[in-house]
Design a protein around this ligand. Structure first.
Ligand code: GLA
Length: 389
């Protein structure tokens, strides 16, 4: 399309706001503006929660035709369509076709933002500055992923789409009131997703509080690099930039020890098939990998945490983070949920690499602190990149 038209007639009303189209100024030999790159985040209604709240869906596209869909419930990464080594597109993350699916018990935090405190808090209790706080226990004797009813994966976030430097994204915001799910302080959380032209999904987290409070945000995407719904991830090969991990007790709470991975099934310093040693792990519920790894980089700067290769599709997932840990979870509790397009998510058919602080840090004085104080800002960046080789 050759056009010198101005974009006014292309403006769309998005999510109650005027969207500003992105114009890539391409000036061809004739000196006129040709083939303007009109890039716009598509916003659609995804449905309504049982509480009657409308949930928006956002579609991001990059110049390689990679498509990412996000939904406002749980600030969730719901779809990611990427090419394999032959250029065939597959959606490689778990999700559902409707809000009811996300609200169902089959939803193991698929693609969601987990918090206020992702992962486990032992006994559903902690103390800050001498004051004890009690939370709902939703995982045996412990609290998992921020609680029972209004954890961050279950609430509807406010989304604002954007285009910046030719890249599309959505900035989600949620203000969690003081006391929500038992946590102190009014917590203002922001999670910003950007789809880059390097086929990365970049997730920037930011939060502020008005009372000292624990915080640990992460994304809980389940990947199967052969396409979500493929039978297994045990054939995927994993590398982790971690010389140490945190051993756990029979309820998946860290013992407090920081143990070397050398000579154990946790040694992924070089690529190993996930299935090669997974059955040696029999000591905790679910068995298999569901452990925090202590990343070698502890600088708070973005560094490589993990790489996953799928020999079948040739897709390679690289994970970068500013966080000190990553939880490797290989879908031990999956039992055949019916997901997008009727696909089945069977036992160990998806894997999560949740960049975060270590589990139960609020009760473990030797672990890096998860306490956010008023006047300070919580920040965390995680980049998932999918390439082929
Ligand atoms: C986390 C936990 C797992 C499991 C999943 C959700 O990653 O570590 O034990 O509870 O969430 O099913």
């Amino acid at each position: 399309m050759a056009s010198t038209q101005q974009p006014q007639n292309l403006r769309r009303h998005i999510g109650g706001r005027q969207a500003r189209p992105f114009w890539g100024a391409i000036v061809c030999g004739c000196g006129v503006l040709c083939s303007p790159m009109f890039a716009e985040v598509k916003v659609a209604d995804f449905g309504t929660t049982t509480d009657g709240i409308a949930v928006k869906q956002y579609t991001l596209t990059n110049s390689h035709g990679v498509v990412v869909k996000l939904i406002a419930r749980g600030a969730t990464l719901a779809e990611w369509h990427v090419p394999d080594q032959h250029g065939n597109m597959d959606d490689v993350v778990f999700g559902f076709d409707d809000v009811a699916g996300y609200e169902s018990k089959d939803n193991g935090y698929f693609g969601a933002t987990a918090g206020r405190v992702a992962n486990r808090i032992a006994g559903g209790k902690f103390k800050i500055d001498g004051q004890e706080y009690t939370l709902a226990k939703n995982d045996g004797p412990n609290t998992l992923h921020g609680g029972l009813q209004r954890s961050l994966d279950k609430v509807v976030w406010e989304g604002q789409s954007f285009e910046k430097n030719g890249e599309q994204g959505v900035a989600f915001k949620y203000v969690s009131p003081d006391g929500e799910e038992g946590f102190p302080g009014k917590l203002t959380c922001r999670v910003t997703y950007t789809l880059t032209d390097k086929n990365e999904v970049r997730i920037d987290y930011n939060a502020a509080t008005d009372k000292a409070t624990p915080i640990n945000l992460t994304n809980h995407a389940y990947f199967n690099l052969s396409g979500a719904g493929s039978p297994t991830i045990l054939d995927h090969e994993l590398m982790l930039a971690a010389d140490h991990y945190t051993p756990i007790d029979e309820t998946l709470i860290p013992t407090g020890q920081i143990a070397p991975v050398a000579g154990t099934p946790f040694d992924f310093r070089e690529f190993h098939k996930i299935g090669a040693r997974v059955d040696q792990l029999t000591d905790q519920p679910g068995k298999g990998y569901d452990h925090n790894f202590v990343l070698n980089s502890q600088t708070g700067k973005l560094a490589l945490a993990a790489k996953v290769r799928d020999p079948k599709s040739g897709r390679v997932l690289s994970v970068y983070t500013t966080e000190p840990g990553v939880q490797l979870y290989v879908g031990n509790f999956l039992t055949g949920a019916k997901g997008k397009g009727g696909k089945t998510y069977n036992h160990r058919s998806g894997l999560c690499l949740e960049t975060q602080h270590y589990p139960d840090s609020i009760n473990q004085p030797k672990f890096p602190s998860v306490i956010l104080r008023p006047g300070k800002t919580y920040q965390h960046t995680c980049v998932y990149q999918i390439a082929t080789e």
